[in-house]
Design a protein around this ligand. Structure first.
Ligand code: VGL
Ligand code: ZN
Length: 185
């Protein structure tokens, strides 16, 4: 089985958010188009309490139940099978979707016989990267869809470095076009 995982496509990481990715909104139509090609569509949310040590490192973002933590309104949420909430404690960062506390991502993947995980979303240097590295550690075949991930670009080289690190760990960096063609054939 194949799953599309959408990491943290929440208002605060989109262009108008408090921790914005300059081009984050541009990946949403690509993700919407990809959804119907997968057996499962999964999404993570950064879901912080109001007070957390995480906000000593970052501007306040994705406080649970606030508009900033909601999915961007352009994202088609009707296809999402399960949401994984992470960063829920007041002492953890919770970058990886595998650290979700409402539901275990690794158990969900195993129970549903998902062996291929296609990762999309925000932000590539942190949550996308940590999720991909964890997926590889657990032994899933892991793909990163290059037109469907974006970064905050604290430094220009951070995004290419993150891609390289994921690739070196065993991830396949693929194009959305390949998936759409591959499945249409
Ligand atoms: C993220 C920084 C802080 C992310 C979350 O979703 O990548 N980055 N919290
Ligand atoms: Zn966060």
């Amino acid at each position: 089985m194949k799953a599309l995982l959408i990491v943290d496509l929440q208002n605060d990481f989109c262009q108008e958010g408090t921790l914005p990715t300059p081009k984050g909104d541009s990946i949403i139509p690509v993700i919407n188009k990809l959804m119907s090609e997968f057996d499962f569509v999964l999404a993570s949310k950064d879901w912080h309490p109001e007070k957390t040590i995480h906000f000593e490192k970052w501007p306040v973002h994705c406080v649970r139940e606030t508009l900033g933590a909601a999915f961007h309104s352009a994202l088609d949420t009707s296809e999402i099978d399960q949401i994984f909430l992470k960063g829920t404690g007041n002492k953890d960062d919770g970058y990886s979707a595998f650290e979700a506390t409402n539901e275990s991502l690794v158990d969900y993947l195993k129970i549903n016989k998902i062996d291929k995980l296609y990762v999309t979303g925000l932000v590539i240097e942190y949550c996308v990267k940590q999720t991909v590295l964890d997926a590889l550690k657990y032994g899933f075949r892991t793909f990163v869809i290059k037109e469907a991930v974006e970064g905050i670009y604290q430094r220009e080289e951070d995004v290419p470095n993150a891609l390289e690190e994921m690739k070196a760990a065993g991830a396949s960096i693929i194009s959305a076009k390949e998936i759409l063609n591959e499945i249409e054939q």
